[in-house]
Design a binder for this molecule. Structure first.
Ligand SMILES: [Zn+2]
Length: 437
């Protein structure tokens, strides 16, 4: 229901995903970057999205392809864009470098005798230098509708330079994501605009993208399930530095195991069940939680008059994403999940709905989830690796030591969907349906 309200301008939910960049804790900042990049990747529809730590850039990078073009997006752990931002491709047509200068005023510029030759495409957007006319012509080759969108988008999303060159389309922004009011939405719109221009100009994806245009179905090739599983494990392991493949003969599983930060992670290719699982150890965490995602659960059916009432409670942490059980159990599960930073829990919830993961189960110090039927995998394991990296961060964030059933605050019942949810600084509207508290 939130989308409807937003559409009508009744409610704009505040973007809290980026608050962690202002934290004094290095770990929180790093997690914020990872969650931000994962959110951008998901909302933009980046294929094979993978968040990769880039210590050399003091942050992380989002890898994957957008409309087939390899993406370049590096964000530092203080929420700035000092690295590459844009798409890589090959393009034979002449390039253009658009510049947006919100401060530019015609009367000032006219006084500059030595001003470079500029061709204005809108009051504050121009191309300059000797080739300005050629660059303007190249821009005007775009469909009129797309030209208009680029010019408007540069202003809305504060894009300082929009450069379509022969080997890449790269962008420079006026504002850093940490200062943006809608940091995810603005970045997503900017990248999609870049991809539309690359496509409209007839650019050819190059490098990694060429391979990824055709989806791979690693379990639909020639060979026995065992052979396909071994080959897939090798492909996954090749992408994860420091990983190793372990074939477990006793239970017909092939593991790819590695460390992600402080977490022990493994991808389990279960040949017996024909499923791909992700498991992460969370040493020292007690209790048990099953976070479920079920798109059929949209309205609470079991409501009696009292909150936290007897038999079976649903407590929502995202749309159709909930813990359920008798009050005491639901409370205990909610208390454990509340220890996870909101942006991280949101990233987990987003992954569950986009990959249609029915449940993430935590028990006996291990988080695990069935991610795919092996027959449904259509990449080199990229989607499962992104999910695993989110689960690894959740594992690190889970509370150590004894957990009571003490939740932070009381759950409130939504007036629309009747689901229970927790009001917090990060969630001011119903976690399930988006209605205001
Ligand atoms: Zn609701």
């Amino acid at each position: 229901m939130r989308w409807l309200k937003e559409l009508l301008g009744l409610e704009v939910s505040p973007d809290r995903t980026t608050e962690g960049w202002h934290s004094g804790a290095e770990e929180t900042r790093a997690r914020t970057t990872a969650a931000y990049l994962a959110a951008v990747g998901q909302r933009a529809g980046v294929a094979g999205a993978l968040v990769i730590p880039r210590p050399e850039d003091y942050g992380s990078a989002l890898a994957g392809t957008l409309h087939g073009f390899p993406l370049q997006l590096t964000i530092t752990d203080v929420g700035s864009t000092t690295g590459a931002l844009g798409l890589r491709y090959a393009l034979a047509a002449p390039g253009f470098d658009l510049e947006y200068d919100p401060e530019w005023a015609k009367d000032v510029a006219d006084d500059e005798h030595e001003a470079p030759h500029r061709v204005f495409l809108s009051p504050n957007i121009f191309v300059e230098r000797e080739e300005a006319d050629e660059e303007a012509d190249a821009f005007r080759e775009l469909p009129a509708e797309l030209q208009a969108r680029v010019l408007a988008g540069m202003v809305t999303h504060r894009i300082r330079y929009f450069r379509s060159r022969n080997d890449e389309l790269n962008l420079t922004l006026w504002d850093e994501p940490r200062d943006a009011t809608d940091a995810v939405g603005s970045m997503v719109a900017t990248l999609l605009l870049a991809a539309d221009v690359a496509r409209a100009r007839g650019a050819t994806p190059r490098g990694r993208a060429a391979k990824q245009v055709q989806p791979r179905h690693p379990f639909k090739g020639e060979g026995t399930l065992q052979q396909l599983g071994s080959a897939f494990a090798g492909t996954v392991a090749a992408q994860v530095p420091g990983s190793r493949v372990v074939e477990r003969k006793n239970d017909d599983c092939i593991d790819v195991r590695w460390m992600d930060g402080r977490s022990n992670v493994r991808l389990v290719i279960n040949l017996d069940e024909v499923e791909l699982h992700v498991a992460v150890l969370a040493d020292g965490v007690r209790g048990e939680v099953t976070l479920r995602y079920d798109p059929e659960v949209s309205i609470e059916q079991n409501v009696s008059d009292d909150d936290w009432d007897r038999a079976h409670q649903y407590v929502f942490f995202g749309p159709s994403t909930f813990v359920a059980g008798p009050e005491a159990i639901a409370r205990e599960q909610a208390a454990i999940l509340q220890a996870v930073p909101a942006e991280l829990l949101d990233a987990l919830v987003a992954q569950m709905s986009s990959l249609e993961i029915g449940e993430v189960h935590f028990a006996n110090g291990m988080l695990r989830a069935c991610v795919f039927d092996l027959n449904d995998i259509d990449d080199d394991g990229d989607a499962a690796l992104v999910f695993a990296s989110v689960v690894a961060r959740v594992a690190e964030a889970l509370p150590r030591g004894t957990i009571g059933a003490e939740t932070r605050g009381e759950a409130v019942r939504c007036g629309y969907c009747r689901g229970l949810w927790f009001v917090s600084a990060e969630h001011l509207s119903c976690s399930n349906c988006g209605a205001s508290a």
